[in-house]
Design a binder for this molecule. Structure first.
Ligand code: MG
Length: 273
C-alpha cells in the first residue's frame, strides 16, 4: 500500500543521509519538472541545477537521471556533468558526455519506417506530435482534444502493430504518449542496476532512492530493495512505497537531503576524532 510521503519524510531523509552509498534515480518530466504542453519547454532553473550538482558531487552519492526522453535531450535539459543519464527508458546511458550504453542502429531504421507510416495520421491531426527518438518512436497526443484520445490511441496502435508481429518491437503507453520501442531487457530498473554495477565497489550495494511519475517508472520502483525507497509523484496506481503530489515536494526532499547528509558526515568526523 502506497503511503503519503509526508508521513515518512523524516525517516526517508534519515535513510538517505546515513547510507554510506546512495544511488539517486530520478525521472525528469512530471518528477523534477511539471509536465508541460510542449515537451520542448521543460528545463531546470539555475537553482535546481545547483541542487543536483551538489548531490552529484557528494561523497558516496551517485546521481542518475532516468528518462523517457532521448539521452542527449535530457542531458541538455538537466546540465549536470557528473550525473549519469539514461534515456529512452534505459535503452541508452551516458556519463560525462561519454556513451556507456548505446542502442543498435537497426532499431532507428525500423523507427524511421514506422514514422513514415504515421505521416497520414499526423497530417489529419496537426496537434499530434510525432517524435523520432532514435530507437523509439513516440506519439504525444496531449494537445489533441480529450474526446479524441481513444480514437487516436487505437489508430496509432493499429499502425504500430505492423512492427510488433515479429516480436522484436513492442508498444508502450505513458501519460498521453504511445511509443513503439525494441523489446529488450533495457528498462528503467535495469538502468539503475547497471549504473550501480558500473560504479563498482561498495556502490554496487548502494541504497536506492527512486522517484518517478509514470508507467515506466514502475520498472524502476520494482528494482528497489530494502532499505531503498521509491516515491511516485502524482495520482494513479503505483507499486511505489510513497506518493507525493508535485515536483516541488521532490525538490524540498532533495534540498533537505543535502543539509542532512552534510550534517551526518560532519558528525561522523567528530565521532572518529
Ligand atoms: Mg515522467
Amino acid at each position: 500500500m502506497t503511503a503519503p510521503l509526508s508521513r515518512a519524510r523524516t525517516q526517508i531523509l534519515r535513510v538517505c543521509a546515513s547510507a554510506a552509498q546512495l544511488s539517486l534515480a530520478l525521472d525528469f518530466d512530471g518528477t523534477l519538472v511539471p509536465i508541460q504542453r510542449d515537451p520542448h519547454d521543460p528545463r531546470l532553473s539555475r537553482a535546481q541545477q545547483r541542487v543536483l550538482a551538489q548531490l552529484a558531487a557528494m561523497p558516496g552519492v551517485t546521481l542518475s537521471i532516468i528518462s523517457g526522453r532521448q539521452v542527449h535531450d535530457v542531458e541538455s535539459r538537466v546540465g549536470v556533468r557528473r550525473a549519469y543519464y539514461a534515456g529512452n527508458h534505459g535503452l541508452e546511458i551516458r556519463v560525462g558526455g561519454q556513451w556507456c550504453v548505446r542502442p543498435a542502429v537497426r532499431w532507428a531504421r525500423v523507427i524511421r519506417r514506422a514514422a513514415r507510416d504515421l505521416r497520414g495520421l499526423a497530417r489529419q491531426m496537426p496537434r499530434l506530435l510525432v517524435e523520432e527518438k532514435g530507437p523509439v518512436l513516440a506519439v504525444h497526443y496531449r494537445n489533441v482534444p480529450r474526446t479524441r484520445w481513444r480514437a487516436v490511441r487505437a489508430q496509432v496502435r493499429r499502425i504500430f502493430r505492423r512492427y510488433t508481429h515479429s516480436g522484436a518491437m513492442r508498444i508502450q503507453e505513458g501519460k498521453a504518449v504511445i511509443e513503439l520501442r525494441p523489446r529488450s531487457r533495457h528498462h528503467k530498473g535495469w538502468a539503475v542496476q547497471w549504473i550501480r554495477a558500473r560504479r563498482g565497489g561498495t556502490a554496487r550495494a548502494a541504497t536506492v532512492l527512486a522517484i518517478g511519475d509514470d508507467a515506466t517508472d514502475e520498472d524502476l520502483f520494482r528494482s528497489v530493495r530494502p532499505p531503498g525507497v521509491s516515491i511516485h509523484v502524482g495520482r494513479g496506481s503505483t507499486i511505489a512505497h510513497y506518493r507525493t503530489v508535485a515536483p516541488s515536494m521532490v525538490w524540498t526532499l532533495l534540498t533537505s537531503m543535502i543539509t542532512l547528509r552534510k550534517a551526518v558526515r560532519k558528525e561522523g568526523c567528530v565521532t572518529r576524532r
